[in-house]
Design a protein around this ligand. Structure first.
Ligand code: ATP
Ligand code: MG
Length: 379
């Protein structure tokens, strides 16, 4: 069996909640590596696994809450054992090195510095080149009974463990931005309940392949099932014909948030997430965001609010959703596009524009036609 060592950052700061956060992180790791043995120890998690390091590395790189991880060798804590373990790690002689040691148990008969210096000397005498800005680092975590010795650390995603922050309703289009905004909330421990408005009528053959693929990608970062509400757009489309076309898109956004709020109530979610960023398109000016949000009693989170498109694309590539987002899909908004949409709507404009419709009713109708699916295992 091979070992992996996992360290978490922020969780350590969570005081009394710490065991809860740790157990959620443990759950994420177990879900990603069902055959491995996962054990929580003070301030770290030790995994025993069979199979390749590559597979474990790929899994670790998709778990929120991990600060860094490594593949250590176990050793007894006396100097001689640590030395022979360190020599087993194939340090590259052509690269410069340094040793970083941490004495976890303070009763050990050496200080962290003494241990680092002594092990460093072993390699120095074998003609390895020391540097304070080394190309490789040999780490030692010395504890009472046994120590861990490893070469290099892999950076994790950071963030907080999945499920640690409660639920949010996440508005997911087939675009580039909204999968990234959902991912950023997931990174902070939120469980997303996805809501997607689709253009298919009751008699259409609906194809949600792209949406399922996007959520499937996000699922790689989440240890349990993900729920998706597929809500039809046509009740709004039919009911909103009297709205002046300049305001139709804004009204649709208001409709989406209202539906999201109802779903949040049902799901006990505490916020709504969108992929908007200031000024990205006409409907995303500050004043339009304000009128869209008016009357909504939940916080609307926009994790991308300060991001440029280029930055969003970079993140989408990192997450793995970018290519999927580029695939063709029938978008609802196209049918309500106007060549000159309102860019600085005021609350009274929207009131006037929507005076001929019964928004509550449209929301009700749309939600009656909603389909709920759970995407989980097998994705
Ligand atoms: P995206 O790339 O996420 O589609 P966008 O830049 O195309 O964003 P808009 O189409 O103006 O922007 O949408 C803004 C936000 O509204 C989206 O990020 C998403 O959160 C939400 N949204 C838009 N269309 C839909 C839809 N059909 N279903 C669910 N949410 C949607
Ligand atoms: Mg869009």
């Amino acid at each position: 069996m091979t070992l992996a060592l996992v360290h978490y950052g922020e969780i350590a700061l969570k005081g009394g909640n710490r065991p809860y956060f740790e157990s959620l992180l443990e759950r994420s790791i177990k879900a990603a590596l069902p055959k491995a043995k996962v054990k929580r120890e003070h301030g770290k998690i030790i995994i025993k696994f069979t199979g390749t390091e590559k597979r474990v590395k790929e899994a670790m790189e998709k778990i929120f809450g991990i600060e860094w991880f490594s593949f250590p060798l176990k050793s007894k804590s006396d100097f001689k054992s640590i030395k022979s373990t360190a020599l087993k790690l194939k340090m590259d002689k052509k690269k410069t090195f340094k040793v970083e040691a941490k004495r976890v148990d303070k009763t050990l008969p050496y200080t962290s510095q003494e241990l680092a210096a002594k092990i460093g000397e072993v390699f120095f005498n074998k003609k390895y080149k020391v540097s304070m800005e080394p190309e490789q680092v040999l780490y030692i975590e010395a504890d009472k009974k046994e120590s861990l010795v490893f070469l290099g650390k892999f950076r994790g995603l950071g963030g907080l463990p999945a499920g640690s922050a409660g639920k949010v309703v996440s508005l997911l289009s087939g675009g580039i931005d909204s999968p990234v905004s959902s991912w950023l909330m997931m990174k902070r421990g939120c469980t997303p309940i996805f809501v997607h408005f689709h253009p298919f009528g009751p008699k259409d053959k609906a194809d949600f392949g792209k949406i399922e693929k996007l959520i499937g990608k996000l699922k790689e970062y989440f240890p349990s099932q993900l729920k998706v509400y597929l809500v039809p757009f046509y009740p709004f489309q039919l009911g909103s014909l009297k709205i002046p076309s300049r305001f139709a898109l804004l009204s649709f956004r208001r409709f989406m948030l209202r539906c999201a709020e109802k779903i949040a109530d049902r799901e006990k979610a505490l916020g709504i997430v969108t992929g908007e960023s200031v000024g990205q398109v006409a409907s995303q000016t500050l004043s339009n965001m304000r009128v869209v949000e008016e009357g909504i009693n939940l916080p609307v989170f926009r994790p991308l609010v300060g991001f440029d498109k280029r930055e969003i694309i970079q993140l989408a590539e990192k997450v793995g959703t970018y290519k999927i987002s580029l695939e063709k899909y029938r978008d609802c908004c196209i049918s309500i596009m106007d060549p000159h949409p309102a860019t600085s709507a005021k609350p009274e404009n929207m009131k006037q524009a929507e005076s001929s419709i019964d928004m509550e009713k449209l929301v009700e109708k749309a939600l009656e036609g909603a389909r709920i699916i759970e995407l989980g295992r097998g994705l």
